[in-house]
Every structure is written in structure tokens, then in C-alpha cells.
Ligand binder design. Structure first.
Ligand code: NAP
Length: 260
């Protein structure tokens, strides 16, 4: 399917690896010029080179922490007129409710709520003026079904989801479409870290933790960054003009429900 967005420009935050990278690759395949971001310059440059070579699109890089004001300013300086914004950042650490004090909550709110809100409000005026925009936030299945050890994620991302729900309805009339993707377990560095924590907690090996987690999924395996990226690119396409403020759950069937 032609996504109808060839030649448009995207900012993809936190995109040297994992779900951000999968999204960047799928957008590049659709002919989008990219501004990629991550903190570690070396990995970021390697990813950018690979995408340039494989897809022939323009790829700019901004090695910066997206959760800082300076990092966001550098990203917006590199790409002041994005047609597409993919909001993403690292996830908070797992733990127990009593582990998290003010500093931990502030960190989670900054990474997974305030940063995407501030980037969204920075790019919205331009998108509205130009009459076209796509904003996708990578949130988590934890928004729909809480993951007890990821309480910081449950809380911060629920706040972002509320912001997107209302704002999407305010900007839709201007051709700006906002939706969220809620990943379940995908085989990235993030899941490797979480499986390590599970193994420690349960006194099993990481391989045993991975096997047990995958066996619990109806699909029998984790998702891939490539599968994720294709869905993200579709949510940035011309074809989602009537899809407003939705939360697309991509969890291999983990959330058990007849509908909704
Ligand atoms: P990942 O494989 O660990 O990749 C994270 C990417 O983000 C890397 O490129 C990393 O590069 C970059 N990054 C992290 N913190 C950053 C920051 N402050 N500023 C700029 N770049 C940053 O993680 P992932 O699995 O793709 O996860 C992406 C998001 O989805 C996370 O918020 C995660 O919690 C959420 N999620 C993931 C899953 C899953 O199963 N994978 C499930 C639910 C939710 P640098 O380290 O070099 O900055």
C-alpha cells in the first residue's frame, strides 16, 4: 500500500534502537526524510548511516537527551517544520510502589509525559498553519492494563494519554492527526532489561524468564521492532484522516478481552 506521504519530513525521538528505530525505518521505506535522536552519538550515527544507505532518504541526527529543554531545542532546530512527530523516550525502571519517591516520579513524568507534551505543543502551531500533521506517541500496554512493577510507567503514560485524547479532538479540524501506539512486549533492549529484572526477582535465568513470558502470549513470541514500525508508519499515512485520538494496542493478544 502506498502510504501517500513520500517527501514529508519526520522527527523520530529516541530512535537509534528498538521501537523508535523500527518506526524510523518504516517511515524511511515510505520515502520520509528523517531527523533521528538518541543520547549515544555512535549508535545514532550507525543507525542513520544504515537507513540512508538502505532507503536513500535524508537523515539528520541530533545526539541529545530528549527529556531536557536543550535536547528538545536542538531537535527542533535541526527540523523546525516537521510533518510528522514520533514521541518516544526510554521507559522508567521497574520496582515496587514503595521504591518511588518524588525524584523517581518527577523523572517518569519528565520522560514519559511532559517531554512528549512539550514537543507536541512546539510543533502543533506549524502543523496547523500548514494544514497537515501526524503525531504518534509510543506509550505502553500499561496504559490499558497496569503492570504492577512498572507503576511509574502506568502513572506517567496515563497522564500523556489524557492529554492526547483531548488535544487530538481540538486539532483534527486542521488536518493534524494524533494517535498513540501501546506496545506490549517487543524484543528490544528494553525487554532484555526487564527480563533481567524478572529473572533476579524470581530466581530464574534470563532465558527462562524470556521463555515463560513468550509462552504466556497468544502469539507465542515477542513482537518485533519492524512489525511495530510498520503500524507506526501507517498511523502517519494519508489513510488515517478519520482516526482521531485512538490508542492502538499492539501486544500480541496479551490483553484478554472480547472487545475494547
Ligand atoms: P530500547 O530498545 O531500549 O531503545 C530505546 C531508544 O531510546 C534507544 O535508541 C536509546 O538510545 C533512546 N533513548 C532512551 N532514552 C533517551 C533519552 N532520554 N533521549 C533520547 N533518546 C533516548 O527501548 P524500546 O523497547 O524501543 O522502548 C521504547 C519505549 O517504548 C520505552 O519508553 C519503553 O518503555 C516503551 N515500551 C517498550 C516495550 C517493549 O516491550 N519493548 C513495551 C512497552 C513499552 P540512547 O540510550 O543512546 O539514548
Amino acid at each position: 500500500m502506498d502510504l501517500g506521504i513520500k517527501g514529508r519530513r519526520a522527527i523520530v525521538c529516541a530512535s537509534s534502537k528498538g521501537l523508535g528505530r523500527g518506526s524510523a525505518e518504516a517511515l524511511a521505506e515510505a520515502g520520509i526524510d528523517l531527523t533521528l535522536n538518541a543520547r549515544t552519538a555512535e549508535t545514532l550515527e550507525a543507525t542513520a548511516d544504515d537507513i540512508r544507505t538502505r532507503y536513500g532518504v535524508v537523515v539528520k541526527t541530533v545526539a541529545a537527551d530528549v527529556t531536557t529543554e536543550e535536547g528538545r531545542a536542538a531537535i527542533l532546530e535541526a527540523e523546525p517544520k516537521p510533518d510528522i512527530l514520533i514521541n518516544n523516550a526510554g521507559g522508567p525502571p521497574p520496582g515496587f510502589w514503595s521504591d518511588w519517591g518524588e525524584a523517581e516520579w518527577e523523572g517518569a513524568f519528565r520522560s514519559n509525559m511532559l517531554t512528549p507534551i512539550l514537543l507536541t505543543t512546539a510543533v502543533l502551531p506549524g502543523m496547523i498553519e500548514r494544514g497537515w500533521g501526524r503525531i504518534v506517541a509510543i506509550t505502553s500496554g500499561s496504559v490499558k492494563a497496569p503492570i504492577p512493577q512498572l507503576g511509574l510507567s502506568n502513572g506517567a503514560r496515563a497522564g500523556l494519554t489524557g492529554f492526547v485524547a483531548g488535544t487530538a479532538r481540538q486539532v483534527a479540524q486542521h488536518g493534524v492527526i494524533m494517535n498513540n501506539i501501546l506496545p506490549g512486549q517487543h524484543d528490544t533492549d528494553r525487554i532484555k532489561g526487564l527480563m533481567g529484572a524478572t529473572a533476579d526477582r524470581e530466581g530464574i535465568t534470563v532465558e527462562e524468564a524470556r521463555a515463560a513470558a513468550q509462552a504466556r502470549l497468544p502469539r507465542g513470541r515477542f513482537g518485533t521492532a519492524s512489525e511495530f514500525g510498520k503500524v507506526c508508519a501507517f498511523l502517519c499515512s494519508e489513510h488515517v484522516g478519520f482516526m482521531i485520538g485512538q490508542n492502538v494496542l499492539l501486544d500480541g493478544g496479551a490483553f484478554n478481552s472480547t472487545m475494547g
